[in-house]
Design a protein. Structure first.
Length: 572
């Protein structure tokens, strides 16, 4: 029975003894068959009336029930809650009383939205409960339309152009004026400007980390990556490829006439009062230019060590390590695993008035106040090594190198460490012990590695199970074998997965978390480094001394119900 009552509203009604098992089963079956709100289904089946349902939700939330009409949202309230905020969060402002804004949600059982709204609404927020259908109607009446719809956006663009999609050649709209890049102010702009703004807005609202514009022989794809997985938008006509690429180039101050060479740029846009940076990369292909945008949403990243999800022992060692006056601390892992976020969080912690911090990065992803940040530009000779060499004459205390990718950079970093500087950097290796082997393979002498390296953190990002559709299950023997576990090892520990729901786009996952391993460079590890021991020997010794491997930390997250077996197997 627990499995059938997977919707929060049905669970709530069962907890309050307002629904019996037979009604619960009937409602759950109807919910599984129809893509209609549970609130509506419970009323249609005659189980409970609207007022009883609203009061049950209000009792659960500790909130009051209010009536929402099309006249509820006054002009004053519209100025506080913008159309974009109302549509994005599916909410309406009900009243402003004593400096507190009362807000009704179309999904009142998703109060986490209140915390997110706190970033864009300049008043304390109090949640109230109202009929979800009335809230949706009030959003439409007060602000017009629903949320962003890419498909209708394409249709409107083609209609504005006054041509059929197949007939359009894109020649007339390449030259576009570059107005202020506030994505909400596109009412009088050209169709391509509106379309690009629409795509960027949709992707940022869906928490995308990358947006891909990809031309092929007979189609033009737009995909975006959320929590590490790629999702495809409704594809526009392939004839829009060139004007879309040109518009993005104009926004990022790139040369729109250069289509034979890769280019890199940056865009800063305003979205719902938030500043979002987009890192732009263009690449010539057989069928046109591929454009990829990396989304750097400052409000979505909390650069605090305590908020990154480190196990307590790793957090304590990391804090102790970065407080040392000299040495090299390396974070390792594949591209996109959060290495830069970890290093930025370390920098934020040691960024004090009494210390001078310098970074050389490719590119600078986030601007941090009080830190001198230098971007790499190899075309003019500004490499990691050149930046590091210059840093040593700038009297720094702490240096961050984006990546130690060659012998010269590694040697200068070691020299900086030996002359009394703390150096933070990244490397691309499969695990923490592999960093030592990688440095010696580059040509760095083992005695230099052992005398300067103070710690190596390996990390990965795994997707977390969607809280809305999280479901327990019994793992099969095959799944346990993949993890090298037996039924005796797991005891009474529970396993979970996400069934898939609207909140997570039916993926079963929403958000990501880090899993970590930390190689402490102890005296015994230093001895092995000097002996040029292979990484497997280093790993065995580190595990003997208490290192938790990536797989072990992943299993901890599985047992805590945070992620799935599949995610841990995929990344470890």
């Amino acid at each position: 029975m627990a499995d059938s009552a997977s919707h929060p509203l049905l669970d709530l009604l069962r907890e309050q003894s307002l629904i019996d098992d037979l009604q619960l089963e009937e409602a759950a079956q109807e919910l599984a068959k129809n893509d209609r709100p549970a609130f509506q289904i419970v009323q249609e089946l005659g189980i409970l009336d609207r007022d009883t349902l609203l009061q049950a939700i209000a009792n659960h939330m500790g909130a009051e029930v209010v009536e929402i009409t099309n006249e509820t949202v006054t002009d004053e309230l519209k100025e506080i809650v913008s159309a974009e905020t109302a549509k994005n969060f599916r909410c309406v402002p009900a009243a402003l009383e004593d400096g507190v804004l009362k807000v009704a949600l179309a999904d009142p059982l998703d109060p986490s939205r209140i915390d997110e709204m706190g970033f864009v609404i300049p008043f304390p927020i109090q949640m109230v409960v109202a009929d979800p259908a009335a809230v949706e109607e009030a959003i439409h009446a007060a602000y017009g339309g629903g949320g962003i719809d890419i498909e209708s956006g394409i249709a409107e663009i083609l209609e504005e152009l006054g041509v059929e999609a197949d007939a359009f050649d894109g020649k007339e709209i390449v030259q576009i004026s570059d107005d202020a890049l506030d994505l909400s102010k596109d009412f009088h702009q050209s169709p391509i400007v509106k379309f690009v703004n629409l795509v960027l807005t949709q992707a940022v609202q869906d928490r995308a980390s990358d947006i891909h514009f990809e031309p092929f022989e007979n189609e033009y794809k737009i995909r975006y990556r959320v929590d590490g997985a790629l999702y495809e938008m409704t594809p526009p006509p392939s004839s829009l490829a060139m004007p879309i690429a040109s518009r993005i180039k104009i926004m990022s101050n790139l040369n729109i006439s250069e289509r034979r060479l890769p280019q890199d740029g940056r865009i800063t846009v305003q979205l719902s009062g938030r500043q979002v940076d987009l890192r732009v990369s263009t690449l010539p292909t057989s069928w046109g230019e591929s454009v990829v945008l990396r989304v750097l949403d400052r409000t979505a990243v909390t650069l605090e060590l305590e908020s990154l999800g480190f196990p307590q022992e790793i957090l304590e060692y990391t804090q102790k390590t970065i407080d040392q006056p000299n040495g090299i601390f390396v974070v390792t892992g594949p591209t996109g695993c959060g290495k830069t976020t970890t290093l930025y969080s370390c920098l934020r912690r040691v960024n004090r008035p009494g210390s001078k911090l310098l970074t050389v990065e490719d590119p600078v992803e986030f601007d941090i106040e009080g830190i001198m940040q230098v971007p790499v530009k190899e075309s003019v000779g500004m490499t990691f090594a050149a930046g590091l060499r210059a840093f040593l004459r700038q009297d720094p205390d702490i240096i961050m190198v984006g990546e130690m990718r060659d012998l010269e950079t590694s040697q200068i970093a070691i020299q900086a460490s030996l002359t009394g500087h703390l150096v933070l950097s990244t490397l691309h290796t499969n695990d923490a012990p592999g960093t030592v082997t990688r440095l010696t393979d580059m040509g760095v002498e083992p005695f230099l590695v052992s005398s300067t390296l103070v710690g190596v953190m390996g990390q990965r990002l795994v997707r977390t199970i969607c809280a809305r559709c999280k479901t327990p299950f019994e793992p099969t023997e095959t799944q346990l074998n993949h993890l090298n576990l037996s039924p005796n090892d797991i005891g009474d520990k529970s396993f979970h997965y996400g069934k898939g729901c609207h909140d997570c786009n039916d993926s079963g996952y929403r958000g990501r978390k880090g899993i970590f391993e930390l190689l402490r460079v102890t005296d015994s590890i230093r001895s092995l480094i000097n002996e040029r021991a292979p990484s497997m020997v280093l790993k065995h010794k580190a595990v003997e001394e208490g290192m938790m491997t990536l797989r072990d930390d992943g299993l901890r997250s599985v047992f805590e119900g945070v992620t799935t077996i599949e995610e841990v197997l995929k990344y470890t």
